[in-house]
Design a binder for this molecule. Structure first.
Ligand SMILES: Nc1ncnc2c1ncn2[C@@H]1O[C@H](COP(=O)(O)OP(=O)(O)OP(=O)(O)O)[C@@H](O)[C@H]1O
Ligand SMILES: [Mg+2]
Length: 228
């Protein structure tokens, strides 16, 4: 298939994000335009505080833009009601947070199967298979506080994949891991996403990771620039 035949999966048109606090109103992002095609693997880099996580929250529908529109898989996010937005977050996208955000009283298995159960699906076989693929079969009944950082990150990856989402959003998935573990976790993530049509947006400080992606964008001067 020709590159140009591929469908646009994520589209941001002239998006801006302002925040207000006691000191007034300030702009984090403005004039953000990006079109990502289905199956593309995209890195977002930029200094700390530049707005990368804010951008990911906008993609994820966890936050709303002050201006502009966000269309994911043909759906204008601002048109969705709360329930539709919850479904979007649960089914269309899978999010891997930098700080894992695992549910602390839940076991590895329960954390991973939660998105499935929220979609009204029970599939023990699929969950078991995924736990095996991320190498956590022996840890299936552990709770997060008994896991290492790399193990927690693998739970977060499995949880993001369990509903077979079209888009994976990952916020520095290797940021809190040592280099060697980080490399293994990234390889695992790329392997799981595979050659499939899944789209990956990964925020990273690690240029060696960014170089592995199809496209690299930098958040700079409050907007997004494609790097060549
Ligand atoms: N809810 C909020 N209210 C006010 N300001 C916010 C809010 N969320 C983020 N900010 C501010 O927006 C800016 C961008 O934050 P963001 O977390 O997106 O940066 P980042 O690029 O992800 O940084 P890092 O690399 O350190 O994770 C920061 O100055 C932050 O303080
Ligand atoms: Mg961040």
């Amino acid at each position: 298939m020709q590159e140009s035949d591929k469908k646009t999966i994520i589209e941001l048109n002239n998006v801006a994000k302002h925040f207000s606090d006691k000191a007034g109103n300030f702009t984090i992002l403005e004039h953000v335009n990006i079109h990502i095609k289905e199956g593309e693997k995209v890195a977002i880099v930029g200094p700390s505080g530049s707005g990368k996580s804010t951008l990911l929250s906008l993609f994820a529908g966890l936050d709303v833009p002050t201006q502009g529109e966000i269309v994911v898989d043909g759906v204008l996010l601002s048109k969705l009601n709360e329930q539709e937005l919850a479904d979007y977050r649960n089914k269309t996208i899978g999010i891997i947070f930098q700080s894992f955000e695992l549910i602390s009283p839940f076991t590895v298995k329960e954390n991973i199967e939660t998105p499935l159960l929220l979609s009204g699906v029970r599939n023990d076989g699929k969950v078991r298979d995924l736990i095996g693929r991320v190498g956590l079969s022996e840890r299936s009944n552990n709770i997060p506080k008994t896991l290492s950082g790399g193990e927690k990150q693998r739970v977060a990856i499995a949880r993001a994949l369990v509903n077979n989402p079209k888009v994976i959003l990952a916020d520095e998935p290797t940021g809190s891991l040592d280099r060697e573990t980080g490399k293994k976790v990234l390889e695992l993530l790329l392997e799981e996403i595979g050659e499939e049509k899944k789209t990956l947006i990964i925020i990273t400080h690690d240029l060696s990771i960014a170089e592995k992606m199809d496209r690299v964008f930098e958040v700079k001067n409050k907007t997004l620039h494609e790097k060549h």
